[in-house]
Ligand binder design. Structure first.
Ligand SMILES: [Fe+2]
Length: 344
């Protein structure tokens, strides 16, 4: 496995790059905007294709690299379903998996630091975001934080992992890089409590100043969505109402770009074809499934995904590949369901 722990010294943030092999698909956890060039260089050096960029929560101390990485690599942006960001490509919840070729993260909902905080488990290691730090825990006094929720996340979820599970946090301010669940249970001063009330008492009396970047970072991190307006202006997007009335029209073909896990959880539009977004380049070029479908059937391709991000990028890719008759469903499956579109 390729595993890199990268550091941003301005915000003391750790970013993790994961892939199963050189030349394969990669995912990145908690990228920092200022470091995006470095990540792209490393991806290039290791011959990796970035498929997913994931944030453990909405950060208050740095601007996320999710939007920039999406714009520059066309990767899928992923956050938890509670995150109040304008749009990400994919949202996950407890029990889901985030996968790329050869790597599958188990999604654990671990609120407390914020109400959208997640941890991700990969075999022998867990990425704990700001929920569990090395010899510390993430503050719980803003962004809908809750010390009692964090107690529950730590004691009833994270500390139940095997003792030798490696702990990789989103930050460290002292220079530590990794710990284990057993080590934190024994040595983390915040965890030496006998009750939830005692933990809450500690957390409620930390009296920390706000992070210096907070007023800049939080608003910026809430607005990372891809602008879909341009496609609308170009007449390349369908509203859900238009989609619903055209769904059984034989002149169009609906193409679902989502992962299997999303299709299983949220259902599919009846009659649509599945062509996962990570395989788009392969499918859209001559000889590929979508290319042949568009050219031989003469039907218009209507891409859809969860929120309209992947489908908007797919329209641009299709146009570049010479498929001129493609558009997308604005707002994706989320908007489709809200408009009472049929779901199978
Ligand atoms: Fe944080």
């Amino acid at each position: 496995m390729i595993f890199r722990q990268l550091f941003d010294s301005e915000s003391s943030t750790y970013t993790y790059l994961l892939a199963s092999r050189r030349g394969g698909e990669a995912l990145i956890i908690d990228p920092v905007l200022e470091k995006v060039d470095r990540y792209l260089q490393l991806l290039d050096e290791l011959d990796l294709k970035l498929i997913k960029a994931v944030d453990t929560h909405i950060h208050a101390d740095h601007i996320t690299g999710l939007g920039a990485l999406r714009d520059r690599t066309r990767c899928i942006t992923v956050m938890g379903e509670q995150s109040g960001v304008d749009v990400v490509s994919m949202r996950v919840s407890e029990g889901d998996k985030i996968d790329v070729e050869g790597v599958a993260l188990d999604v654990m909902y671990t609120p407390g630091h914020t109400d959208d905080s997640y941890s991700f488990l990969l075999d022998d290691r867990v990425f704990t975001g700001d929920t569990l730090l090395i010899r510390g825990t993430g503050r719980t006094d803003f962004q809908h934080g809750s010390a009692s929720a964090q107690y529950d996340s730590i004691f009833n979820k994270l500390l139940r992992l095997p003792d030798d599970t490696l702990v990789f946090p989103a930050h460290d301010y002292k220079g530590d890089t990794v710990s284990t669940i057993g080590e934190e249970r024994a040595c983390n001063p915040r965890l030496q409590v006998s009750s939830e009330a005692e933990y809450v008492e500690i957390m409620d009396n930390l009296n920390l100043p706000n992070p210096k970047m907070m007023d800049v970072a939080v608003p910026a991190n809430l607005k990372i969505g891809l602008l879909q307006d341009e496609l609308k202006r170009m007449g390349l997007s369908l509203t859900c109402q238009e989609g619903i009335s055209k769904a059984s029209d034989p002149s169009i073909i609906l193409v679902d770009l989502r992962d299997d896990s999303e299709r299983g959880k949220n259902g599919v539009i009846p009659g649509s074809v599945h062509a996962p977004y990570p395989d788009l380049d392969e499918n859209i070029n001559p000889g590929g499934l979508l290319y042949e479908l568009a050219k031989t059937s003469g039907r218009q391709i209507v891409f859809y995904c969860a929120f309209g991000e992947r489908s908007a990028m797919a329209v641009e890719t299709a146009l570049k590949a010479g498929i001129s008759d493609a558009c997308h469903l604005a707002g994706g499956m989320d908007a489709w369901k809200a408009a009472n579109g049929p779901v199978a």
